[in-house]
Design a binder for this molecule. Sequence first.
Ligand SMILES: [Ca+2]
Length: 378
Amino acid sequence: MARRGSGAQTGPRAGSWTSAVNMWVFGLLGMWCLGVGVRGQYQYGYVARQQQQRLDASQDQVDLGRTSRCYDDQARPQKCVPEFVNAAFNLRADVTNTCGESRPQKYCLQTGGYGSRKSCEVCNAAIPDLAHPPEFLTDFNNNDNQTWWQSETMFEGIQYPNQVNITLNLMKAFDITYVRLFFRSPRPESFAILKRTSEDSEWVPYQYYSGSCRDTYGFPDSTYVRREDETRALCTSEFSDISPLTGGNVAFSTLEGRPSAFNFENSTELQEWVTATDIRIMLDRLNTFRDEVFGDPEVLKSYFYAITDFAVGGRCKCNGHASECVESTGLYGDRRLVCRCEHNTMGPDCGQCLPFYNDAPWGRATSSNAHECLGRWS
Ligand SMILES: [Ca+2]
C-alpha cells in the first residue's frame, strides 16, 4: 500500500532537470552558433523532453488513480494532508444506555417550569418509528427530518452519580479540529469530552462543561490557558443552562485559546493534543428545574439525554506525508483506515521511513520541509 506511489514519483527529479537545463543552455549556444534550422531541433528536443516528463508524472498519477498533492509540478516533495472531513459520519457509536431496548419506555416532553401538564410518548427500539438508536447520532443530519439518539429517563435512574458514555472509535488517528454536539434535550448540567491517542492508552480530558465545575469535576470555571500548560482541559459553565429546552449546540474547538496554535507546526505538545483515535462524551448530570425532588414519575420521565448529531471535524493523521486516507482490513478482519503514504514513508500514519530509506531520520512534513525519507535509490 505505502510503497505503491513512491517509486513512480521518483522519475522526473532534479537530475533530469539539470540535464534538461543543460540541454537548454546548450541549445541556446547552438541556436546562436548554427542558426534557425538547428535552433528548431534543440527547442523541439527541450519542449518534447519537458512534455514527456509532465506526461510521465501525470501518467504516474493516473496509475495511482488520483492527483497527488504530495509532489509539486516539478515532482519535488511537499507537505500534503488528507481532506477535512466529519470523522464521525456514519460510524457506529458505542453507547452505554439507550431508551426502549429492554422494553417500551414512556418519556415526557419537557415543557418547562413546575406543575405544567406534560405530553408523553413511547421509545421502543423494536419499532423503527419509535426507536432512537446510537446510529442516529452520526447519520446524515437533515434539518427537515431530524433523527436522534435518546437515553432512558431519570425514572430509570440515569441521574448523577450514574453516567452515560458515548464512545466513538475513529478507526485510526485523526488530527481533530472540533467536536460538536446538537442536543434534542436540554444540554446537560455536567458533561465532558475525552479522547485517546491509541486504543490501549488512557482517556485524556479535552473539555468539561458544567454548571458546577468545582463540585462535579474539581476544577474552577475557566476559559484561560497558559503557555506552559497548553494541553490542560478547562471547565466552563457557559453551555450548561437548562435553556434552550431543545436545539442547543456545543462545539469544542481543540486549538481555540491555546497560545501555540499560531506556531502549530513547531509545537509537538499541541500536535499530540489534537491527535485522537477515539472520542468519548461522558454525560454526567442532567439539568432539571429541581422539580424531580418530589419523585413524580411524569416529572422524572421528562428528564433524559437526547442528541441529534455528534460531529468530529478533522483530518486523517498522516504527518504531512499523504493526501488520502483509505479503508483497509485489520489483522482480525476489522475495518481500519490507513494513510496512502508518500515521501517513502509507511505505517498507518506514515510515521516511519520505508525499509532502506533511512538515510535521513523520519520527520513530520512542514510547509518549508517535506522531510522526505531518503535512501540509496531515491
Ligand atoms: Ca441524527
